[in-house]
Structure formats: structure tokens, C-alpha cells
Design a protein around this ligand. Sequence first.
Ligand code: SAM
Length: 243
Amino acid sequence: MSLYLVATPIGNLGDVSQRAIETLRTATIIAAEDTRSARRLLAALSISAEGKRLVAYGDHNEAAMAPRLAEDLRAGTNIALISEGGTPLISDPGYRLVQAALACGAPVVPIPGPSAALAALAASGLPVHGFIFRGFLPKKPGARRRILESLKDREETLIFYESPQRVAKVLPEFVEVFGPDRPACLARELTKVHETFWRLPLGELAALVAQEPPRGECTLLVAGVTRGAPADDGPPEGENMAG
Ligand code: SAM
């Protein structure tokens, strides 16, 4: 049967879609990074876990679990994959499972919904006509620096995921590579009570973060380099392709 990639809230339970609820209700297997928090989510959505198999599926066991779950798909079972929050596979486990499902001919069905990257981008105030989602940067300073250097001349808005502890550590490196004047935005605790956007040039943002280390989940965005007239490879900001 089908593999459903179910996006779940990144903070605010009200963001769950009707289709996500229906899919979780009818799936026989729910593959989740953490089965305890999956049970909590089901309870919050008034979905009974009875008769369902909740299986742990994460970075630690993806290689072993993907072929096993593909067997279940082949046997006619519907599987819903969820992550701890947001859209599965986006800096989250699931890639191998999608590959395994496709290899056995099972339909892979997205159930779209929240994702921190797009929520942050849309509200950042930074250009949206092109963007690069880079996710988590490497922990090793050399590898991190190489990636930042490779991005410094890009015109697209750059999107990074970071832990609050590391934001303060990496921001000075961003300032060194991109310069203090590059517009940036730190989106914190999206969709939650303490949702905050710090929309500042990188130098000021780094100073603020050093003074007031952010708490909670953070998405960092950096504007691309501006070269005179806007690129003509897409519609102007704020316009879509239709019409
Ligand atoms: N798959 C998820 C998605 O679609 O957004 C992302 C999972 S990744 C393991 C978790 C990272 O996403 C966090 O470290 C943080 O950088 C970002 N993130 C998740 N929830 C967030 C929130 N509510 N506010 C800001 N950033 C968030």
C-alpha cells in the first residue's frame, strides 16, 4: 500500500491538517522518531493507538528499518511517517524509507503541513523569489567554514537550522564570511507563545545573540548577495507564477 509523509505541528497543535489527522487515524503502522511523543500526539488529536503498530524510525536504525517497512508496504499495509515536528525528511529521517518504498513500487504520498524553514522564510522579510535550504551545518569548524564560503556569493536567501546553544557560537563565523551588513533574520519558537523574529543585519544580530542567548528552537536566515538590478530568473518578490 502507500507510504504517507505526514507533516505535524512545529509547536502549535492547531496547525495540524485535517488530512494529517485522517491519515494518522487510518494508518496501520506509524513510523516515528520517538514513539512516546507520537503517542502523545495521537492522544492530543483524540486518535486511538489501538490496533496500530508504532515503530521507532530514526537516524540510528533507518538502514535496518527501511527494508523491513518496505516489506510491510508490499504486504499491503499503509504506513504514516512522522518526525518530532514539521515535515519528515526535511533535516529529519525518512530518505531511505522513501527510496525503499519507491523501489518496491509503493506510492509515496505527501501530506503537507508545517515546516520551520518555509514558515521562517515567509515571515522573515527577506527575498523569497529564490532560496537555499541548507539545514544543519557541520559541527566541525573547518567543514562549516567551507560551506559558508561556498554560499557567500549566492543570490538566494539562505536558510539554516541551528540549536539555540550553537547559534551564538556560529553567528560570529557568519559575520566573518558574509560581512556585518548582510540582512538576516533569526526566527525563534515559531508558532509558539514566544514566537520572535530578530530581523537585523548579521553584525547586529550576532551582538544581540551574544548579549541575550536565544532559548527555544531557532531558524536562521541570511539574505543572498545583492548585485544591482534583481535577477530576471523568476517573478519579482510577492508575485506568483500564475496569471
Ligand atoms: N522537519 C522539520 C521541519 O520541517 O521543520 C525540522 C526538523 S529539524 C530536526 C529541527 C530544527 O528545525 C530545529 O533545530 C530548528 O532549527 C528548526 N525548528 C523546528 N521547529 C522550530 C520552531 N518552532 N521555530 C524555529 N525553528 C524551528
